[in-house]
Design a protein around this ligand. Sequence first.
Ligand code: ADP
Length: 524
Amino acid sequence: MQKRGIKEARLVLKEVYGYSDFRLGQKQVIEQVLQGEDTLAIMPTGSGKSLCYQIPALVSEGITLVISPLISLMKDQVDALAQLGVKGTYINSTLTKKEEMNRLENLAAGVYNLVYVAPERLQHPTFMNSLQKIEISNVAIDEAHCLSEWGHDFRPSYMQIPNWLSTLTKRPTVLALTATATDEVKEDLRKHLQIPVDNVVSTGYKRDNLSLTLFKGVDRPYYLKQLLNQKQGQSGIIYATTRKEVESLYQTILKLGFSVTYYHGGLSEGIRQENQEAFINDQKLIMIATNAFGMGVDKSNVQFIIHYQLPRTIEAYYQEAGRAGRDGEESECILFFSPQDIRTQQFLIEQSEASEERKQQEYGNLQKMVSYCHTELCLQSYILRYFGDEEVSDCGKCNNCLNENEQIERTIEAQKVFSCIKRVRERFGKTIIAQILVGSSNQKLRQFQLEQLPTYGLMKEWTIKELGSFIDYLSAEQYIKPTNSGYPTLQLTNKAINVLKGEEKVYQRIVKIKSEVKIDDEVF
Ligand code: ADP
């Protein structure tokens, strides 16, 4: 068999795909795969990872098996290949028995260059039997980080892959692909798939067309509304942590008259598929979803991603944010941070069935995500360093780089809040503290004789909502530590004590929304 190389690959790039040049990393990965070198490719979202296995599939003999986690997308991928005249198929649970048999026969007859399957297929006896009869030259493992327990999206079914590879008499060339792998995950993947260290191709994580914005301790519904008004006509995804939050945001945004749909794991397969398609085909411009949505979704014109709550890890955040601007257009990724999000995530980790070791790891990852919300350095650089990129320069367009934040001195107001928390011996939560300070009158305050406190009514000119946001800001800046001892309470940190002693000043950095518009505040 004549060995084919990069020359043929370049020809396919031009003639089949119509592209004149390889993108960064593609040539090296394709060359390695064509030489039979197992490879781990770490390339950002939208950088063209699919071509790294599709082109070798077209220039080599034999079949390329593509293992991908999401069966709902396989049809689109295969249809797109058919448009280019490439013979591919998928075999998964959406097929009728008859269609599955049909495809297996074609597979054995060598009709296809590429076959997409989910990792679970590697346990199906009929499928495994069919594989015995054919030559698999390459195996591409998409979203390979799912194989690592240290990754943010571990899927036990991925563990079948190394087991299965070890049973083969003739080992195919393995190409693992991912957009996000910390050093730990990278090592784990290399170990499981036995990929030599020199065969890792990493093009870095930088996405030049993304600008990152962070809103801390702000009135989220109001900011969200402002943002959506500015982004009229644009397509975007809003991520929320829980299914309940997704549904409630969906109702609200729908009422505001936006073109919106939603997605989470609690919906039926049919509805999920329908809503996903409506978004991909631009029938609906905004998708509101939990993290169940998005992996592998190839929609090139997503112009913004909003995280309405804090994601659990930097990997998850960057993976989700990275779904914006796959077409190379300037896109915006906005993260809202409020300290109660930390508690929600901690609660979810605590409730999960993970091992104690894994939970500790997750708390650590969460802490790094929280630290992102406190950095004053370039946001993009913070993320790139987290992933191990060494040479990073400031992006020049995140809100830390732009330094557009307005700074207002709030030392006196902060002292009032801190002394109130101290007065009640750190036994109450945000709402009660705010009620005491604005001088509300209610049963609970009477019951605990909180109306007698010297701090009662000390901030009468504030509304409960404004004060709530300010307390969130102080928590976000780590002056206050929200804790949960049966019910949420606020505690002061050393930073706050220094402010009370007059040794430190408090400045509130307010991130301005560009071109704020006046809108009816009734709907939220
Ligand atoms: P990834 O899987 O890395 O997120 P894709 O493989 O989906 O990215 O590619 C993103 C887009 O870039 C696709 O529309 C693809 O056709 C396009 N693309 C890939 N390689 C090239 C190239 N060499 N030149 C131009 N466009 C490319």
